[in-house]
Ligand binder design. Sequence first.
Ligand code: PEP
Length: 255
Amino acid sequence: MSRPTIIAGNWKHNPDRSTGESLWREVVDGVEKRKSQLEKVRVLVIPPLPWLGLLGSTPVSQVELGVQHISDCPEGAFTGEVGPALAHQFGARWCLVGHSERRTLFGESDAHVAKRMRAALDHDLKPALCIGETLEEREAGLTQEVVARQLEEGASLCQETESIVVAYEPVWAIGTGVTAAVEQVEEVHGFLRETLREKWREGADEIPLLYGGSVKADNAGDLLGLDDVDGALVGGASLNAASFLGIVDAGIFAL
Ligand code: PEP
């Protein structure tokens, strides 16, 4: 079993051009300085699409790029869509699929998620399947049921040996400043690992499980120290280079 630690910064619909250019430079410089410690740590930046065109045209070895959403439409007359093949040509190697903001604000269903997971894999993008319960679902004792369904249905078109990542992001912890307690994360990640072992007998232990939801430099160490937490999906804190690099450091020291 050789899962890398993955620290992924989801810039969402940020930042503006001048802020983003300096943020990118600071992240790249900071990651470059840590190069010798990054053998088992992968650092990803997942910017909005216009940024991908810019950053993907000057690839840097230590920071990989991803997209926040992909279309599963084939190339052609689909105004507004961007599919995985095009994203790959512009430097993306990863994509988020089923982020809770896509599910709740843009009506993405588990069936859409499954098709986008398939489309990503078919075009050499590594998909991170985002799953997580709402506060109401947690309070109703439905957390395991919800994440098991999202995992099962979202990955239903993937094969056992295909390379995917799963990101557990409780909806109530995203962008709220409320991080899930270490015990809650440990419990859900343990459950997800067992569920993967039942579903994916061959490849289950190779699938990195990321945690996302108000991760910051000062709580990342405790989360990344857990056995079944193989990285972090970071929103707000990825918009500040020092905070993001602090989380990268936590990933390095957690190994
Ligand atoms: C996210 O966007 O996936 C996320 C976890 O955001 P934040 O870190 O701001 O909670």
